[in-house]
Write a protein that binds this ligand. Structure first.
Ligand code: ADP
Length: 509
């Protein structure tokens, strides 16, 4: 991979076009880049510029079959004889290679997604490397449970690889979420077929170069590009050779995967939609709560399942908090994702931007709330960005709990505002949605924070913060936000078969 460190900031696009981007994102099967069997490909549009700089091989049943064959062969080859320590060394090597190529990967991720380079350079890509380092250490030092029975017999439960596993990932944090699944699956000795989102094929394709450089045996990791239903995604889910599917994406897609995986009894892990909230009590430190809530709503253009897309604030401080948020929004700089000064880039695609705009238009036409700022495509974009997928950060106050704006995942830069008087009301508003992924609560009262955290139906609650993660902990949601948990030993458990080995003791006391 061309090192990103040498390019001059003004030449980022040129550097990408001439040295980084492939003419086509090809599949990676059995250690080699391949076109589709019938040569089919689709155009990839870069969301900030509404231009296409490369196309993508279109995979389906045939390419998934090839990938499964390669992964099955690799699952019984030298990879199956590696120890956790061997695999830990390999994972650290991959993590090191990602770090050595951080700038190039960050630039590629930014043009592919439209998100600011500052976020991919300092967030997504370093965290992708960290995923490998973390699971390398965790899996190398795992221990097993042993129980001694009443009769003195010894029972040990060990973890073994599942075999061929399928990973299906979304477009909002492409490399970060792919590596969040790849690293534990590899650490546990599985072989893998990754189906990246059709809208963001680039970073996974570039990662394969690094996997080869790290010396990962052929067939251990395979990448097949394509769409979901009636395409590579569905073929992967239906394939009888694939033992498990780890999926992050929309709730409705999770339902389809569950249906398609039923015949072959797939083991499933689902991280689905969210409708997070920032809940601010009267005694909160507003110098902390306001900027954090603003970040929670608008980071990655609001396209994060953990986004705090609902502001739920005590009525006595509502005006102060809303004024503070509106002031913060004025500092957001919408622009070219490759510019260092940009803090808000493009949404993933124009049709997704139109879907987000549709929610706001629905609020406007139905007088469902008061639009306090934004609610439109920015007027003063430079020519190069004029047809990109941009949308202004938007705040809508006074929305009813049963409105689509509160109930549906908008997945864009739209923050709703609701007020409460009592902790019970705050809990009811926060939990009163079909999703149950995450929320933040801001208060100086430790007991109140605990009471709130334990009462809400959310898989993750942040107290006086947002988006801080320790990779050991359980990550995932309740209700329609998912099934199972990822993170630390939860990921290792998912990517394992558990086997119990019992030894009867001959000598009896
Ligand atoms: P989004 O609409 O935000 O792209 P999706 O849940 O549709 O979210 O997509 C997430 C991932 O799931 C993508 O890689 C997509 O191709 C894949 N996908 C979508 N539909 C299916 C399906 N029916 N079977 C398997 N994978 C799918």
């Amino acid at each position: 991979m061309a090192s990103g460190c040498q390019h001059n900031k003004g030449d980022r696009k040129q550097f990408l076009k001439s040295q980084v981007l492939p003419d086509r994102c090809r599949h990676f099967i059995n250690g080699k880049y391949l076109d589709s069997c019938n040569g089919e490909a689709f155009k990839k549009t870069l969301p900030a510029y509404n231009e296409s700089w490369f196309d993508v091989a279109l995979g389906g049943t045939a390419e998934i079959d090839l990938a499964v064959q390669a992964a099955e062969k690799a699952a019984s080859g030298p990879w199956s004889r590696t120890t956790p320590g061997d695999r830990a060394k390999m994972l650290h090597r991959i993590g090191d290679l990602i770090e050595a190529n951080v700038e190039t990967l960050a630039l590629a991720e930014s043009v592919d997604t439209g998100k600011p380079y500052s976020e991919t350079r300092n967030g997504d890509i370093p965290r992708s490397a960290q995923n490998f380092h973390f699971f390398a250490d965790l899996a190398a030092h795992q221990n097993f449970e042993t129980w001694i029975g009443d009769d003195g017999s010894q029972h040990t439960t060990i973890r073994e690889p599942l075999g061929v596993t399928g990973l299906i990932t979304p477009w909002n944090l492409p490399l970060y979420l792919a590596t969040w699944k790849l690293a534990p699956a590899l650490a546990q000795g599985n072989t893998i077929i990754l189906k990246p989102a059709e809208l963001t094929p680039l970073s996974a394709t570039l990662l394969c170069e690094l996997l080869n450089e790290a010396g990962i045996p052929e067939g251990v990791v395979n990448v097949v590009h394509g769409f979901g239903a009636n395409s590579a995604g569905e073929a992967l889910v239906r394939h009888p050779g694939v033992k498990a599917i780890s999926f992050t994406g929309e709730t409705s897609t999770g339902s389809a995967i569950m249906r398609d995986g039923a015949d072959t009894l797939k083991k499933l892990s689902f991280e689905l939609g969210g409708k997070g909230a920032s809940v601010i009590f009267e005694d909160a430190d507003l110098d902390l709560a306001i900027p954090t809530a603003c970040r929670a709503a608008f980071r990655n253009q609001g396209q994060i399942c953990l986004a705090g897309s609902r502001l739920i604030v005590h009525e006595k401080i509502a005006q102060t908090v809303v004024d503070g948020i509106l002031n913060h929004i004025k500092k957001i700089k919408i622009g070219d994702p490759l510019d260092d000064a940009t803090t808000m880039g493009a949404l993933i695609a124009n049709d997704h931007r139109d879907k987000v705009a549709g929610f706001v238009d629905h609020a406007r036409s139905g007088r469902l709330g008061e639009i306090l700022c934004g609610g439109k495509i920015p007027d003063a974009l430079p020519t190069a960005l004029a047809s990109g997928a941009f949308y202004e950060p938007t705040v809508i106050a006074g929305v009813a709990q049963n409105s689509r704006l509160i109930q549906d995942e908008i997945f864009g830069p739209v923050l709703t505002v609701q007020t409460f008087k009592t902790i019970d009301e705050a809990i009811a508003l926060t939990s009163g949605v079909l999703y149950g992924l995450s929320c933040s609560v801001y208060t100086r009262d430790g007991a109140l924070a605990q009471q709130f955290a334990r009462s809400v139906r959310m898989g993750m609650v942040w107290i006086n913060c947002w988006f801080i993660r320790d990779l050991h902990t359980a990550f995932g949601g309740m209700k329609r936000s998912g099934i199972g948990r990822e993170g630390g030993r939860y990921s290792l458990d998912f990517f394992s078969e558990h086997k119990t080995i019992t030894t009867a003791l001959v000598a009896k006391l």
